[in-house]
Design a protein around this ligand. Sequence first.
Ligand SMILES: Cc1cc2nc3c(=O)[nH]c(=O)nc-3n(C[C@H](O)[C@H](O)[C@H](O)COP(=O)(O)OP(=O)(O)OC[C@H]3O[C@@H](n4cnc5c(N)ncnc54)[C@H](O)[C@@H]3O)c2cc1C
Length: 293
Amino acid sequence: MIRHFDYLRPDSIDAAVAMKARHGERARYWAGGTDLMLQWRRGEVMIDHCIDLTRLSGLDGIEALPGEIRIGAMATLDDLDQASSMHPVMQALGDTARLMCTKQTRTLATVGGNMCNASPGADLSPLFVALEARCLIQGPSGRREVPMEDFLTGVNRTALGAEELLCAIVVPIPQARREASYRRVARTVVDIALVSAAVSLTADGGTVTDARIALGSVAPVPVRVTEGERVLAGRALDDIDAARLEEAAGHAATVARPISDVRAGAGYRARMCPVLVRRALADALGRLGGDEE
Ligand SMILES: Cc1cc2nc3c(=O)[nH]c(=O)nc-3n(C[C@H](O)[C@H](O)[C@H](O)COP(=O)(O)OP(=O)(O)OC[C@H]3O[C@@H](n4cnc5c(N)ncnc54)[C@H](O)[C@@H]3O)c2cc1C
């Protein structure tokens, strides 16, 4: 059955939010449409009004600001790839973007759409959690900020209120050196992750001052491996050898809550968690100048 919806083109962020408030639940923001179009065609979401975000200024671009990088919600996955050289943390985001979809889809699919769709298998979400990213949100009563860890609340669920719009994702850049890495397994190159791991390591004066590890696709939202982080934080880079990485990565198995589905069994997903964490840690550590695997 062909379903119809009205196409709306707001000329400002305020106008987009007002349109959403006016038209209610069956009005949907439209970014790249790569998730929404499929969901609509399958009848999984009903749309009476589509609010096109593609012409709005203030939502696109990737900017280096003092102490942070601001990624507009409408920046595409291809933009993320192109911005790889901006900073070491952007290298990890660019590498991850290049794993996702095909080049054609990456030029349409947006970073904000990946977050707002909130799939447990989304590639960027564990990495944003590991990078301590924050979401800038605008609603009818103004702007607010939410840490990415709190933004993702469940399968296809976020902390966005009914009318709110995600404007940007802000990635903090600490004074000390930070390196990040993402690893995943997928059935094919154009498939979402069966299981994934993202890490960020910050080091100052030869010591790890902060470690963050997040798993993807093994729970409704990314899961932090805090016990593994504690193994590394405060430790001299020279003191982190293969055994220490194994110890940190081993904690991943205890926090994962994977399911079995048509794409992979829970047992396989659980066994891959420590493997991917170890590989991502070895990569980040190698770039920080510590022992590589
Ligand atoms: C062939 C193919 C391969 C794919 N491969 C991958 C992959 O490897 N990894 C992966 O993670 N994903 C993958 N995806 C999924 C998809 O491409 C990404 O999730 C993409 O980033 C979604 O962005 P979009 O702009 O297309 O979002 P849309 O489809 O436009 O929107 C998705 C949802 O977010 C809402 N939304 C969008 N922007 C905003 C905003 N600024 N504020 C509030 N709400 C908003 C929309 O209303 C909608 O509910 C793939 C999809 C396809 C079709």
